[in-house]
Design a protein around this ligand. Structure first.
Ligand code: AFP
Length: 334
């Protein structure tokens, strides 16, 4: 880890040549999300002491059981985004429709966010995260999901990981950069400048409990990773946390591959799980900016267009050689 005194705000102040039309909006929104992250980190650290763990009752628009901290996280992000004046609409995992907001400048942004991702880890003191993606909006609010375009339209993306340390990783299209929260000052300091993912790794992450519902190419690829071959560094080790942020963070730093493929029980209707706008697309942008690759198995994730705000998409993400090999298995079995 690099010891650094460059703060997130100082880094964001230099976006003029990176995202010329959106430098102010990206700096305002990402800076604000950094401050929200420090608040969320503190809340998580004290949640068990304040009776903040457990379910609230009911499910969200994606059918997931809603936890108290999911709702609190959403309310906190919504209030913060409203105050920026740079966010025209918030698309959140916890809200059915985009939440419109008043803007006070040119080139407002649509912010897509999963405020507390991996919330099944909350009650066992496991890692969780916040994922975000910033897209331009022609008008005041998005005129339907299709108006957001494919992932290549994202102007910035990032995540916060609430682990032993709180880490914020973001890209505005020129490299992927990681910052660590200094608890005493509340500042994020640049600790992982210009992250470069190794071209190949030694680990894979996937929920193997779903093995029997995978595409045949997916099954064959995982079987390949588990088969011993010293010359090519197999078998790979399995690492899976239940929080995409933690698994993608490990993969970005150490290489390898994280996968959440579709349920292929009915090949006519494959069922992916992870959400495109605030999980899959932002992670794909971060990974590509670090020299990695993100695929659905058959298509580049960044080119997938949303047809629904809460659309689900399969993802295979990580080291370029590992993801290319996985795609090859899908091709062979198609
Ligand atoms: P939750 O936020 O509902 O816990 O879901 C987390 C998540 O969207 C993603 O962060 C994980 O990688 C994935 O789902 C875990 O899903 P499984 O529990 O099906 O393995």
């Amino acid at each position: 880890m690099v010891q650094s005194s460059v703060t997130l705000s100082e880094n964001l102040a230099k976006l003029d040549g990176v995202v010329p039309d959106h430098a102010r909006g990206v700096a305002t929104v990402v800076g604000c999300l950094g401050r929200v992250a420090a608040v969320i980190a503190k809340e998580l650290a004290h949640a068990a002491l304040r009776d903040r763990l457990g379910y609230l009752g009911g499910t969200n628009v994606s059918g997931d059981q809603v936890k108290k901290l999911d709702v609190w996280g959403h309310d906190t992000v919504e209030a913060a985004m409203r105050a920026t004046g740079a966010c025209a609409a918030l698309i959140s995992e916890e809200a059915k429709e985009p939440i419109e907001m008043a803007v006070d400048g040119a080139n407002p942004l649509v912010v897509c966010c999963d405020p507390v991702d991996g919330s099944s880890n909350l009650d066992v003191n496991g890692t969780v995260g916040t994922i975000f993606s910033l897209r331009p909006t022609g008008g005041k609010t998005p005129a339907g999901p299709a108006s957001l375009g494919p992932g290549t339209e994202q102007v910035a993306a990032g995540y916060v990981m609430y682990g032993p340390a709180t880490t914020l990783v973001y890209t505005a299209g020129r490299g992927t950069h990681g910052f660590t929260l200094e608890q005493e000052t509340g500042e994020f300091l640049l600790t992982h400048p210009d992250i470069k993912i190794p071209s190949r790794g030694k680990t894979y992450g996937i929920n193997e409990g779903n093995l029997h519902s995978w595409h045949p190419g997916q099954r064959a690829y995982v079987e390949f990773l588990r088969t011993s071959d010293k010359a090519s560094g197999r078998p790979y080790s399995l690492r899976y946390s239940g929080a995409m942020v933690a698994d993608v963070h490990r993969t970005l730093l150490d290489g390898g591959i994280f996968m959440y493929p579709s349920d292929w029980t009915d090949p006519a209707k494959p069922k992916p799980k992870l959400r495109l706008l605030y999980e899959v697309a932002p992670m794909a942008m971060l990974c590509e900016q670090a020299g990695g690759r993100a695929s659905t198995g058959t298509e580049r994730v960044m080119e997938v267009k949303a047809t629904e705000y809460h659309q689900r998409t399969a993802i295979l993400i990580g080291s370029p050689d590992d993801v290319a090999m996985a795609e090859e298995f899908y091709r062979r079995q198609s």
